[in-house]
Design a protein around this ligand. Structure first.
Ligand SMILES: *[C@@H]1O[C@H](CO)[C@@H](O)[C@H](O)[C@H]1NC(C)=O
Length: 400
């Protein structure tokens, strides 16, 4: 088995080295049908390995990412998409061309182990094909786009839909990620999938089963959100993950579509000659003085008035009365006078006290020995409040 694989590698490497980077893959596809191309990591892997390693039968499985773009353009053409879930999985180019034409696609594979790159060129030629008049879009809830794009899975889904449509003549028109239809990114929990829309088309008119989804009864069931009963004999889903959502079926009858409005007539692209360029008049000048008054002068005047009021309150309306000493003509604040008055009043009150004062309030109380002073007439207001006790440099405080 391993020998067979390495032989296969050898063949593909040989082919690549024979044609060098000029090797192109040419594809011809019909317009209006789904195109899928699986970018196999194996084939690109063989580009990265020297032949000697391949001869030795060593197989590498490097993580790889792909960068795809239209040649000489930064991105892919509008109809073509690229997806790859993980560097250890294959990538897919897919999409539905809507107009005939040729696109040259460059695919760069970046080896995430060695950071080597290799290039592959695809020439995709879309050829006109008759439009399928009857199309229907189905939603598959339990799928992700990368899991549906491999042709085997596409075949399984198509088989179920062929039975549902009751015809063999069925073509896949489009497969797209539900995220492109405004779907939400699912929680990263097993059993939650992004969902995939599959659009198929046929020359044959819709089957009974499909038409049943248009009935009022079916719509009512869907809007009620109840378990929708699949119309009898219409459930053809063989693999659970391929089952379609019955409430998300959309039928398109393209035969009934209105013809597209005629395309606008295109001019020559050259401006008519004659006439000088006439620049538009400059707008009338505007008088900014009222704005200036309102935004600058008025707030300034208000601020001035407020500061004047504040100044008046601060200097002329202070609490307390300013007293003018007539003899020295010095301003003396009244409260200076009241300190004296209050002190005298307190002394007076102390003089009338009956109970003996606490020791600590006595003037000669020694706080270390607890020794009291000789019972002087301690209540006399003439005793100094603080007296020097052990400080030789400090005499008795002056007292009144
Ligand atoms: C296919 O699906 C994609 C994503 O919704 C959309 O942009 C594109 O127009 C579709 N193509 C056709 C042919 O319906």
């Amino acid at each position: 088995m391993a020998g067979c694989r390495s032989w296969l590698f050898f063949v593909s490497v040989y082919a690549v080295s024979l044609f060098g980077a000029k090797a192109e893959i040419k594809l011809t596809i019909p317009v209006g049908r789904l195109f899928t191309y699986e970018l196999l990591r194996e084939t690109f892997q063989s580009d990265f390995e020297p032949l000697s390693k391949l001869y030795a039968g060593r197989l590498y499985d490097d993580p790889m990412i792909f960068k795809c773009n239209k040649q000489n353009f930064p991105d892919l053409p509008e109809w073509l998409r690229f997806t790859q879930r993980h560097p250890y999985e294959n990538g897919f180019l897919y999409g539905t061309p809507l107009e005939p034409g040729k696109s040259i696609i460059e695919v760069y594979a970046v080896n995430k182990r060695s950071y080597e790159t290799t290039r592959q060129i695809f020439v995709i030629k879309a050829e006109a094909e008759k439009k399928l008049p009857y199309q229907a879009e189905f939603f598959i809830k339990l799928r992700e786009i990368e899991k549906v794009l491999p042709s085997s899975v596409q075949g399984e889904i198509k088989q179920d839909l062929q039975k549902l449509w009751d015809t063999e003549a069925l073509e896949v028109v489009n497969i797209s990620n539900a995220l492109d239809h405004g779907g939400r990114v699912p929680l990263p929990i097993a059993g939650h999938f992004e969902g995939v829309y599959v659009k198929v088309g046929s020359k044959q008119y819709f089957s009974e089963c499909l038409l049943k989804t248009l009935t009022a009864e079916h719509e009512k069931q869907c809007t009620a959100g109840a378990k929708v009963k699949v119309p009898g004999g219409c459930n053809f889903c063989s693999i659970p993950s391929n089952c379609i959502s019955w409430c998300k079926i959309q039928l398109f009858d393209l035969t009934k579509q209105k013809p597209a409005p005629p395309a606008p007539t295109v001019g020559s692209g050259i401006m008519e000659a004659g006439g000088d360029f006439n620049p538009p008049d400059s707008p009338p000048s505007r008088d900014y003085f009222p704005d200036y008054m309102v935004t600058v002068i008025v707030p300034l005047i208000l601020a001035l008035i407020l500061s004047l009021i504040l100044a008046y309150i601060m200097f002329c309306r202070r609490e307390g009365v300013v007293k003018r000493d007539k003899r020295t003509d010095h301003i003396q604040l009244y409260h200076h006078h009241t300190i004296h008055g209050n002190t005298d009043e307190l002394r007076n009150m102390a003089g009338h006290r009956r109970a003996p004062a606490p020791l600590s309030t006595l003037p000669m109380f020694n706080y270390r020995t607890g020794e009291g002073a000789p019972p002087l007439d301690s209540d006399s207001p003439n005793i100094p409040i603080i007296m020097a006790q052990h400080d030789p440099y400090c005499d008795t405080l002056p007292r009144k």
